[in-house]
Design a protein around this ligand. Structure first.
Ligand code: HXC
Length: 260
């Protein structure tokens, strides 16, 4: 599928999805949200893809937010719909079977931070900037920021970020646990690909069920969460990769996981 505002490339078992609206620093307008939704639908159905890297094209931005020009004249009903359209994409990422890693190469403001937070985890270049500047525009976060930021960094830190609209640099984002790792800008993509390759070499169904259990567990109490874990732990025993993985260990050889 050809996209106007995205670039989707494949490297063996890894898909690299780049948001590509250089004129607007990759800001998310409805057309781009629609394409993201199409891309994730396509990726969910592609059994060859084991890990997705989500990044921004160009040197400067991951995503500089939702498109301010498009939002400026919206009425309340249109704004609600736009917010829900964003939520649907964030939900699609969380529900995607494969892990999605945000590779934050520059500005990730407003909708950019929100998009990164919907991913399973985040890697940042040292020039990355995070933040929820919506209140500086007379808005508030609307692609899940009021929900996911508090879950990720705690409600006190989230409230300060959301109330002030101040940017956080990569080190500060690392300090509060918003990103897992910070790399020199020129090493970011190579390091992200290396990490993606490592995950792609693990048993794909085991990884996917792990993601599902983590995601579902966020909305469950511990009893229900553990019951779900036992369910999927059982499920993995119907896979060829479980048989091969355990025998490979006992036979002191390397497993070659097939995702079956
Ligand atoms: C539309 C944007 C944009 C955005 C940048 N551009 N961010 N267009 N929406 N979010 C455009 C600029 O208008 C400009 O277009 C071009 O991209 C380059 O941007 P500059 O501002 O000239 O670049 P620079 O001076 O380097 O500043 C970079 C920046 C700044 C600090 C990232 O662009 C900025 O503050 N952008 C807005 C960030 C923001 O407030 N994001 C949150 C949006 S609200 P021209 O045509 O002039 O070259 C949001 C709500 C989410 O995300 C929830 C919705 C429901």
């Amino acid at each position: 599928m050809e996209f106007e505002n995205l670039i989707l490339e494949y490297q063996e078992h890894i898909a690299i999805l780049k948001i590509n609206r250089p004129k607007a620093l990759n800001a998310l307008n409805s057309a781009t949200l629609k394409e993201l939704s199409q891309a994730f639908t396509q990726l969910a159905d592609n059994a060859n893809v084991r890990v997705v890297l989500l990044t921004g094209s160009g040197e400067k931005a991951f995503v500089a937010g939702a498109d301010i020009a498009e939002m400026s004249d919206m009425n309340p009903q249109q704004a609600r719909r736009f917010s829900q359209m964003g939520h649907n994409v964030m939900d699609q990422i969380e529900n995607l079977p494969q892990p999605v890693i945000a590779v934050v190469n520059g500005f990730a403001l407003g909708g950019g931070t929100e998009l990164a937070m919907a991913c399973d985890f985040r890697l940042a270049g040292e020039k990355a900037k995070f933040g929820q500047p919506e209140v500086t525009l007379g808005l508030l976060a609307g692609f899940g920021g009021t929900q996911r930021l508090a879950r990720l960094v705690g409600s006190g830190r989230a409230s300060e970020i959301l109330f002030t609209g101040d940017n956080l640099d990569a080190q500060e984002a690392y300090r509060i646990g918003l990103v897992n790792r910070v790399y020199a800008q020129e090493d970011l993509m190579d390091q992200a690909e290396k990490l993606a390759q490592k995950i792609a070499s693990r048993a794909p169904i085991g990884v996917q069920l792990t993601k599902t259990a983590i995601q579902k567990g966020q909305n469950m109490d511990i009893v229900a969460g553990q019951a779900f874990e036992a369910e999927v732990f059982g499920e993995v025993f119907s896979t060829q990769d479980q048989k091969d993985g355990c025998s490979a260990f006992l036979e002191k050889r390397k497993a070659d996981f097939q995702g079956k």
